[in-house]
Design a binder for this molecule. Structure first.
Ligand SMILES: [Zn+2]
Length: 387
């Protein structure tokens, strides 16, 4: 089986599916608007697009092996309760035919920080309740292990030692995720870069919350039997302060290197600068450290903005000036920048699917639009100097 990374046209929001060579699936965030399954509405039916890509288990349940919520903003979990089964596997309703989640990847820390600055939406509350149910399941059954639909991996430590007893389901920041649905999977590893751990310094902790703390992962995905044929960096809505700190910690490692980058926060200027695009326009300065963190591309890299079509105005996100920065970053390695809201056309956006072969990811063109376009090469890549 070929591994794939697929982006869905969800306007300003994230919804990304990784299909591994092992056959396992990892879904990162969902943004399924209520009108998405209304045939009379022009909003792309992303629920249908997703369901067509998933398999059914021996109980005929459509499933994902993993659902990861990067952070609890509405545009990252909208439609979760409506389209996915939440609650104990025994309560699954065949007639509802919702998608079954074998394992959840969740961070208590991003919920804690988000709750301080906003009121959680219903889908976020439902996800949080489900994550807590699964952690309790683990605590009650740790000697016997958990089955599909009860599993969870916790991304990053919580505060005050609250995750200290969860060591076998906890991945700390700067550690590797190697298991998918409870089993070590040789077709991928993922480096956990964020959420950055709780700081004892109150101001620093406040800054991390304000910078939209998110789960940040750099996946190494196997393609055609070649390890790390595609490196995929995804970081929810993390903003400039988070990327600056990551650059400080990782400037001498290859942890930020990518073949595909999902631009943080829907191509927002706020991931690249402390200054407001709407107020300062072209005078707003780029943060060199944040830009460096987001510039560790390999030869032919593709930068994908998951957002509505980008226009030349003072709107943010998506921001036209951020698009220009990302285009420049990609151009230096003969790569490209793509926007999910404009692919293949602005009037009729569809899925953006990358197949991962031994030479890296290649964009699978729409069926009627000619041959596959090769966009990247992991083999023969040119090493890039950091800094
Ligand atoms: Zn968002």
């Amino acid at each position: 089986m070929v591994s794939k990374v697929t982006f869905f046209p969800v306007d300003n929001g994230d919804m990304t599916l990784i299909e591994l060579e092992s056959g396992k699936t990892i879904l990162i965030d969902v943004n399924i608007r209520a009108t998405a399954d209304d045939p009379d509405d022009s909003v792309p039916n992303v629920a249908k697009m997703l369901r067509e890509k998933l398999n059914r288990d021996n109980q005929k349940r459509l499933y994902v092996d993993v659902f990861l919520l990067s952070h609890p903003d509405l545009d990252h979990c909208r439609g979760l309760e409506r389209h996915f089964h939440l609650g104990s596997p025994g309560t699954y309703s065949k007639s509802d035919d919702k998608i079954f989640i074998r394992e959840i990847w969740s961070s208590a820390m991003v919920f804690r920080r988000a709750s301080r600055i906003l009121t959680l939406c219903e889908d976020a509350k439902a996800f949080n309740a489900e994550a807590r149910r699964r952690v309790k399941c683990y605590r009650d059954n740790r000697l016997f292990g958990l089955g599909d639909g009860d599993r969870i991996q916790v991304m990053g430590e919580d505060e005050n030692g609250k995750t200290d007893d969860l060591s076998s389901i906890l991945v700390k920041v700067d550690e590797l995720v190697t298991k998918v649905n409870g089993v070590v999977d040789s077709s991928m590893t993922a480096k956990l870069l964020g959420p950055l751990p709780k700081s004892d310094d109150e101001e620093e902790e406040e800054a991390l919350a304000k910078n939209r703390s998110s789960v940040i992962l750099r996946f190494d995905i196997k393609g055609d039997g070649v390890d790390a044929a595609c490196r995929f960096l995804t970081g929810g809505d993390a903003e400039v302060g988070v990327w600056e700190r990551l650059w400080t910690g990782h400037r001498n490692t290859d942890w930020l290197e990518y073949d595909i980058l999902q631009t943080p926060h829907h191509c927002s200027w706020r991931s690249l600068s402390h200054e407001s695009w709407s107020n300062l326009g072209e005078k707003a300065k780029v943060s060199e450290d944040a830009r460096s963190a987001l510039s560790q591309r390999r030869y032919g890299a593709v930068i994908v903005a998951s957002c509505k079509p980008i226009s030349a105005n003072d709107f943010d996100p998506p921001c036209i000036r951020a698009e220009r920065e990302y285009e420049a970053i990609a151009k230096e390695v003969s790569g490209s920048f793509k926007c999910t809201g404009e692919y293949p056309t602005k009037t009729s956006p569809g899925i953006m699917e990358f197949e991962i072969g031994q030479y890296g990811p290649r964009l699978k063109s729409q069926p009627t639009r000619g041959p596959i376009i090769y966009t990247s090469g992991a083999v023969g890549q040119q090493p890039l100097a950091h800094g």
